[in-house]
Design a protein around this ligand. Sequence first.
Ligand SMILES: Nc1ncnc2c1ncn2[C@@H]1O[C@H](COP(=O)(O)OP(=O)(O)OP(=O)(O)O)[C@@H](O)[C@H]1O
Ligand SMILES: [Mg+2]
Length: 401
Amino acid sequence: MTHAIAPADFDSTLAAQRAVSRLSVTRLTLTNFRNYAHARLEPGLAPVVLTGANGAGKTNVLEALSFLSPGSGLRRARLGDISRRDLGDVLGCPWAVAAIVDDGQVPVQLGTGLENLHASKRQVHVDGMAERALASLSQHFAAHWLTPQMDRLFLDGSQERRRFLDRLVFSFDPAHAGRITAYTHAMRERAKLLGEGKFDDAWLSALEDTMATRGMAVAAARLDVAQRLAAVCENMVGPFPASRLVIDGLAEQGLTHRPALEVEDQLRSALKTSRARDAEAGCVGGGIKGRLPHQSDLLVTHAVKDMEAEQCSTGEQKMLLVGLVLAAAGLSARDEGRMPVLLLDEVAAHLDVKHREALFAQVVNLGCQTWFTGTDAGLFASLKGRAQFYEVDAGSVVQVD
Ligand SMILES: Nc1ncnc2c1ncn2[C@@H]1O[C@H](COP(=O)(O)OP(=O)(O)OP(=O)(O)O)[C@@H](O)[C@H]1O
Ligand SMILES: [Mg+2]
């Protein structure tokens, strides 16, 4: 059952619940970043429109922005591939992204990049001070994004949907990354032992205990965000369809109707009983009925049509994704009091005129700094006077009226 409220009500409800600070990148500087030797943009809070030919460097700008949050960016690229290379130049120069992020109160300077071409980790600076953990970025910046690669999210295997969900969870709960790392590390150690035929019960039990406790924490965080997101979806208006979300996972499903400790024990004993089968099959949880936390899937249903997302049309799937991203922004505003930045790569071109205009109206109304890209500037004509336009051409970005 969906309850529609007017967009203005949605916004004022958020504002009434808590003063919402709107994040915006007011200066972005790229150095040796992919096809940019040097580029600088100084936008305001209004939507930013980047247009230019294929290969001009539009997505690269969004990727640079995505590096202002923890993680491996919207392309999940290898860090070394980002450093700018000239023709015939094999190594390139180490890349850097610097930004001023304004939350309407105190602007903060964020910087990230590689110290040298062989660095395996990117550096992070906040107001000129080096930070040890990437996670510290999430105190100052948050972004949600949609890319053309995500168009197959509902059609391909569960891995991408799980990543999509986990990225949403990270944005609300930065500790989520550490839980997944601990779970995955224990899982790999266990697989290695089993692969080598080392059935050391104490050792395996310790690893399975880590998998069970960390896996439960992962599942609980996913469930929490999915439930809160679904609640925001229910109150969304406009033409972007609300989604119903279900997580298909042993722990996530168990947690919805049983005490956490009971589900954790179930995971532990399931892992123990599947040792022989896992050793034989060379996989994890092969003999377990249900999906372990590293196999969980996010099932999305078009709420109004009561139709699984994968059965919806290509355009409807795109609209479901846009709806989810808008809901995620609404959730950040509602629960964290901050409106994140949205990075919408090639989204406008895939929407019909009614939905495109509705999206423009919605981001302007929500007041979130939204970065749009497209090859056709005409698609954004109706944003004139409400957005900032940049032309991107072979590694240069120029603001146009
Ligand atoms: N490390 C690098 N050094 C130099 N150039 C790079 C590097 N990595 C990627 N590029 C180039 O950056 C260019 C711009 O890429 P980008 O994906 O941003 O283009 P785009 O404007 O989004 O194009 P499209 O409209 O096709 O999506 C590409 O031509 C690509 O080859
Ligand atoms: Mg692109």
